[in-house]
Design a protein around this ligand. Sequence first.
Ligand SMILES: Nc1ncnc2c1ncn2[C@@H]1O[C@H](COP(=O)(O)OP(=O)(O)OP(=O)(O)O)[C@@H](O)[C@H]1O
Ligand SMILES: Cc1ncc(CO)c(N)n1
Length: 275
Amino acid sequence: MKTALTIAGSDSGGGAGIQADLKAFAAQGVYGMSVITAVTAQNTMEVRSVQNIDLSIINDQIEAVFDDIRVDAVKIGMLSSAKTVKVVADSLEKYQPKFIVLDPVMVSKGGHHLLQGEAISALKEKMLPLSTIVTPNIPEAEVLINRSIQTEENMMNACLAIKALGPKTVLLKGGHLSGNPNDLFYDGVSFHWIKGERIHTKNTHGTGCTLSSAIAANLAKGATLLEAVQLAKKYITTAIKYSLNLGHGHGSTNHFYELYERANLVLCQNNFERM
Ligand SMILES: Nc1ncnc2c1ncn2[C@@H]1O[C@H](COP(=O)(O)OP(=O)(O)OP(=O)(O)O)[C@@H](O)[C@H]1O
Ligand SMILES: Cc1ncc(CO)c(N)n1
């Protein structure tokens, strides 16, 4: 079985962070492992509090995994502080995993900062150059390159500027612009629009985490970067289409919809029943 490791924060609400990542890995048939960088007390409405995990145990978690188990791909999510960015970057430099998918998580849907302001330069200097692919949304890209992005043409120029920061490839997610959520993939040579259709739902908690984890899982399974992005886009679109109306705010995506469909299982009240 192929494997993937997520290095990210825990979301008690289960829709984003480590919890989303492990579900997305499992849905692609990839064995998931985790290094927890921070614990958030979070639900579908808000992040109530955050506790960063001690640097030494972050380092120990990474070493415990790499010293023993083959890691086919790494996904990075919430890094929280500049010191955490440095510890994670240093250990990835040591272990040199083949694929690093960096979701440069900065702010939650409810507006809570998940990356301290002072950590942004560390993220740019230490993490971006190590990444196989970086997957910013529009506001994150704006912070990375310090300029506003409002049109698809702006997105192309933004990809060029982000690529210059050192990642091998860029996937700039267009979900935050109006209209259809078209994402732009740039590999340093050509641009590919990964087109989407907007699904009108408020249940979009964890979409970015889920997409980047699905990319990592598909890379682990041997897909090319473009194939991994296309497969992940298809997966997140279905997960949003059949998203879960749990909680009072932004509900979670449905990580296992397709698997359950294929297995001919329907969730009926509290039990699974065969159709
Ligand atoms: N309403 C929607 N319908 C269909 N696709 C969407 C919708 N919203 C976002 N997407 C797509 O979902 C993927 C994740 O992008 P998004 O911009 O939502 O990530 P994000 O803001 O980083 O998410 P989060 O921070 O909540 O994890 C992208 O491919 C984007 O185009
Ligand atoms: C732990 C965590 N990571 C990432 C996000 C971004 O969606 C979130 N809300 N929570």
